[in-house]
Design a protein around this ligand. Structure first.
Ligand SMILES: [Zn+2]
Length: 182
């Protein structure tokens, strides 16, 4: 597992030179590919650049996990073809529901993953809190993400839990992983 690399053009990365990000990211992504490991990729406001780089270096048979995915539905097919998985978190929840639905429905079911991005991305309907800090997220809230994404996809929670669990086993069972090979 190569974890966590990426590109960020959002205000969060203000002052971080983008050219430098690209240079480092390319090397890290190439290394993940050479090692036949899945890479977990953070991408904010830089999907055209991400797609370009993934086309240059890819495809990625071991998988690329686009964590906390909030890209547009339009980029999904090309990213899928290159080997991407799309991991949804509570970051979907502040988006307009219709926008979130379009993103989620663009992703093939066999490429969907769920995550919390804890301690970030506290869901709008958290079930669990971190004692002493009500603004922090924690891993058990993956249940809130499951509930929301299942509702957008019109699937039962059980169905989506099963799908995302199988997808996770698939991508995390690389050679050398502690998860048994598929
Ligand atoms: Zn991130």
């Amino acid at each position: 597992m190569y974890f966590q690399i990426g590109l960020d053009k959002s205000p969060l990365a203000k002052g971080v030179d983008f050219g430098e990000q690209v240079e480092v990211f390319k090397k890290q992504l190439q290394l993940a590919k050479d090692l036949k490991r899945p890479a977990s990729v953070h991408c904010l406001d830089a999907f055209p650049e991400l797609l370009q780089i993934m086309k240059e270096i890819g495809p990625f048979p071991a998988g690329v996990i686009l964590h906390s995915f909030q890209g547009s539905p339009e980029v999904v097919p090309q990213l899928t073809k290159l080997g991407s998985y799309f991991s949804f978190s509570g970051h979907l929840m502040p988006l307009k529901e219709d926008k979130a639905r379009k993103i989620v429905k663009a992703v093939p079911l066999d490429r969907i993953l769920l995550e919390t991005d804890a301690p970030d991305a506290l869901p709008t309907n958290p079930i669990f809190f971190v004692p002493g800090n009500a603004t922090l997220n924690q891993p058990a809230n993956v249940h809130s993400v499951l509930t929301y994404v299942a509702s957008l996809l019109e699937l039962s929670k059980e169905e989506l839990a099963d799908i995302s669990y199988k997808n996770a086993l698939g991508v995390f069972s690389f050679q050398g992983s502690k998860i048994p090979l598929k």
